[in-house]
Design a protein around this ligand. Structure first.
Ligand code: NAD
Length: 367
């Protein structure tokens, strides 16, 4: 039971381990989820389903109908990663990465949340100068996921000499993602920086007008607008100035990768793709890392932190989410590292040992 007297029972999580390191890191995240159940008295029903290249091998489709249906019937989805060289020769529409688009579209996930923060004990891992990161970085990128140029018409002229990609946004699409950003900012640093290219693009002028209108419903949250080229520059010049970064689809694709890199560790960054009813798909931002698959050296923390996001965003279990994040912080403070974060003086452990350490830290938490 949590502090609000809520005990979660009969909530379904569809687990999609996927390819490469996916099964290894998801296994560790599920260990931590079990520890949360034990400490706080919840019970989640988890079912595992194939996705990606392994699903193609199994039944000829990277996103089998049964998997999509199971996700639709669940309250949340936990995804590892998909893809790998074994399936690179498949035609475009059959490739494992297509499963991600199928899941996002099929589940109506329009809001992508990517926190990019530097853990105090990992400041040395950032590629930025120490004086830039000394005050800490804690940015939440809120990216619109189902509109914009990726979903507009893509055309090539008959002679093949010119091409066109349409960027379309409706006011309702901008409004719903803006509300997500302002709601997030309310419980963080109370600042939204909305990114656009309103000096050039008509869709950005609409974006800016709607975001400005939505901001009036959130008087406690400060809004500023920034052109995307300036935002790209400020992310490396002065990242501490950002709290919530609100962007359309393509700008967010680029800026969220940049934001994640300044924290220095791809194996540490979780993400959530959400819709309005609280349903979400949670996954690490990295891929299936085929180069290290099966070696027990992958960092499971991004997937474990994705479980924390799931507990907070889909199940409103804030104390439990805090407990998982605190456990990760304690383990890092104790000097344990997977090899991607190797540093002088660190104790290098494998994937399973890192998962065990976080599980132990959660189990030690007082209810
Ligand atoms: P990648 O993120 O898998 O790996 C990039 C580098 O980071 C590799 O050196 C890898 O070893 C390392 N790395 C990644 N995650 C790590 C972790 N948890 N711990 C330690 N090191 C880690 O990107 P890639 O190599 O470009 O892609 C590999 C495959 O993954 C491709 O098939 C790609 O299409 C797919 N991919 C899938 C997703 C997804 O499922 N969401 C996202 C990106 C890429």
């Amino acid at each position: 039971m949590n502090e609000n007297g809520i005990t979660v029972r009969n909530k379904k999580i569809a687990v999609l381990p996927g390819d490469g390191i996916g099964p290894e890191i998801v296994r560790e995240a599920l260990k931590v989820l079990k520890a949360v159940e034990q400490v706080f008295g919840h019970r989640f029903d988890t079912g595992t389903y194939p996705v990606g290249g392994c699903a193609h091998d199994l039944c000829g489709s990277c996103l089998p109908e049964e998997t999509l249906e199971a996700c639709k019937c669940a309250d949340a989805v936990l995804l590892g990663a998909v893809g790998g060289p074994k399936w690179d020769a498949l035609p475009g529409e059959e490739r494992p990465e297509r499963a991600l688009l199928g899941l996002r579209g099929g589940l109506g996930l329009f809001a992508n949340l990517r926190p990019a923060k530097i853990w105090p004990s990992l400041k040395g891992a950032s590629p930025l100068k120490p004086e830039i990161v000394s005050g800490g970085i804690d940015i939440l990128v809120v990216r619109e996921l189902t509109g914009g140029i990726y979903f507009g018409a893509h055309r090539r002229s008959a002679d093949g000499k010119s091409a066109c990609d349409e960027m379309v946004y409706s006011d309702s699409e901008v409004e719903r993602i803006a509300k997500v950003a302002f709601e997030c900012a309310k419980s963080r640093g109370k600042k939204v920086t909305s990114v656009d290219k309103a000096n050039v693009l008509e869709s950005s002028r609409l974006w800016r007008a709607i975001v400005g209108r939505v901001s009036k419903e959130y008087p406690d949250v400060v809004l500023d607008h920034m052109y995307v080229d300036n935002a790209a520059m400020q992310l490396v010049r002065d990242p501490a100035r950002f709290d919530v970064l609100l962007t359309e689809n393509m700008f967010g694709d680029i800026l969220s990768d940049e934001a994640s890199q300044i924290t220095g560790s791809i194996g540490m960054l979780p993400s959530a793709s959400l819709r309005l009813d609280g349903f979400g798909m949670y996954e690490p931002i990295h891929g299936s890392a085929p180069d290290i698959a099966g070696k027990n050296i992958a960092n499971p923390l991004a997937t474990i932190l994705s479980v924390a996001m799931m507990l907070r965003s889909t199940f409103s279990l804030h104390r439990e989410a805090d407990a998982v994040e605190e456990a990760v912080s304690k383990v890092l403070d104790s000097g344990l590292r997977t090899s991607d974060l190797a540093a002088p003086g660190a104790s290098i452990v494998g994937t399973a040992q890192m998962g065990d350490a976080v599980t132990e830290a959660v189990l030690k938490m007082v209810k």
